[in-house]
Design a protein. Sequence first.
Length: 760
Amino acid sequence: MTAEAVPPAPPPASGDPADGRVEHPSPRRRTGLLITGFTAVVVLLAGLSLSVGAGEVGPGGALDYLFDLGGARSDSRLSLVIGDLRLPRTLTAVLVGAALGVAGCLLQAVTRNPLAETGLLGVNAGASLGVVAGIALLGLDSGYAYLVCAFVGAVAASGLVLLIAGRGGGGSPMRLVLAGSALGATFGGVTSVIVVNSAETYDRFRFWVLGSLAGVEGYGELGRLLPVLLIGFAVALLVTRPLSALALGDDLARGLGHRPSLIRTSVAVAVTLLTAAAVALAGPISFLGLLAGFLARALTGTGLAARIVLAGLIGAGVLTLSDVAARVVARPFEAPVSVIVALIGAPVLIGIVRSRRLASMGMTEPATGDGPPRRRRPPVPARLAALLGRSRAAGADTDVGTGTDARSGGPRKPARASLAGTVVLRRGPVSLLVHRRPALAATGLAALGLLAVTLSAYAGQSDMDVGRTFRALFGQGDRFDVLLVQKFRLGRIVAGLAAGAALGLAGCLTQTLARNRLATPELLGVNDGATAAVLLSVSVTGTFGAWWAGPLGALAAVLVVTTVAGGLGQRGYRVLVVGLAMSALASAITQVMLARRSLSSAGSLYVWTSGSLNGRGYSVAVPVLIGLCVLVPAALAVARHLGVLRFDDATAASVGVRPGRVRTVCMLLAVALAGLAVGVCGPVAFVALASPVIASRLAGPLRVPLVGSMLTGAVLVVTADTVGRIVFSGSELPVGVVTTVLGGPFLLWVLLGRSAATRV
């Protein structure tokens, strides 16, 4: 290239539009503008909150009182409306929203998970348990008593989570999240145990759990908890720099002079103080911490100090706006603020994940094509041999592919041929490859299921012994015994078996697709969508029992989630974020429908929303069994492709598997199965999570345990239903409550063990 051909150096950057270039603000200046703008928005929303309410005092009266124009503060009416009602309520909304926003941002930073929510430390569940225990056991009925019980329960729950997460693991992010999720579920189950046995407790609890600022009068409650909030904010600011170092890794943080375990404990303390005070003041307002932290990250990037400040401002603004809307949308009544938060936050969150900004946050993965890789195929024979369980060891006596004996070269025996861990059954042109360990596991689970059915049929008020019950199951023995078992008890048992099998298979499909033991249909909003649809069908038809509403609601939820997220391919956090938004919205709708019904109707529906087989029989079991007869063969047909899909997409595509097609089919199967189960017995927790884990341990890690998961789920549901019927004399615990109470410790045992990192 000649000297004349070298292009001249570009001129210095200029902000002059005539140069054709626009000078973009620096990141620091942009962050400052964002913080200033959101601060102004919060101030404007606070002014709007002071101007809106049940009284006839508008913006002019509010300004007169604030600046004491013309001696306005001496007006008793203005002092009551603005000074005693609206101003304390507005300050509470700003502080509670800021607390939840900061707590959510801290939790997302320490766990390195942008989907972390303040409920992960068990704070909301502990506060709910504290309030319920105070109502049911201590007879408390005042707002201040609720505040004390909620705060004590929240602090105790998070302290227990920290204690468990810190044992032997240094309080790692994974252990912290798992311990909080497991214990939070257990606390929620214990809360349900108390609520379902006390109609008075449920009547008070169902309104408190929606979250509201309507009861704020004066500065008494806010004044008592203001020091707690200030301490929480102070700890959050002090831990900002060490937490930024921790984001670089534990080793580098130690090299900079920080102690990772102490940092995580300090963050957990700050999150606990902020969330506990917020829940005590306004009830368990979910989703706000997730929304504020996620939105702050999307706007500011990785600067932690700016993210924390901005998350606090976003939380304050969203809660203040939600509180104003709650006073307006249902006049002369007030709408639950948690519903308004979900209605405002869900579209915002969905808009974020649909934007290009999400890709710059490193939170998406490009959807992979279905075709094979263009350059070269990775070596896969060893992987496929391990997956299919075919031994390549020397000395194998049988060559399955050629049908000859490997040593003599002669024909092999036609009856069956043995491989390492497998048996080939052949009759004429038909052959079947049976894996020994999964077959033995399935046989054992089937025997265990028969035992569970017998004990469930035996558990009751009659004087039949186990032998008579077993004979009656098969139509033998006394006619009265046969009538009692087959007519009245067996229908409920069959419904439980069908629902459990559907949940187990759905959980196995979703966990295998996501390559994550924590992945269940709940992540896509399936359970909450199906529950809301069933309750809506009750409002429309006037009768309960529309099992078909569950699959329709589940399908509608998944269609919305996948349409908004852009498909079911590998898209990182996008599907999960939209699923969480959908779950929050559907859950809020469910709580509102329960709160607006009469006490007797709401109580029975609440039992079902906890997961119950009470009153369920052949009328709902038969449709689910028909669905299983269609869906199970389809799941088994794609089982081999699903097993290959546990590896990366390039490996799957190189052997002719279409990853996108397999994901779509399996996800639709999981949605249909979960929707059928919810339509039968409500959203039974932990069955879809625990069944594949147990079945995988029994069948071995190299198999996709579809059949084992079905059998395990059926055994778990029937056993939990039996326990719920006999644990308390004269009352019955819903099956979902039993699985929730027992599922939390199970999750801790399975996922917090020494090899948890290899299983999650």
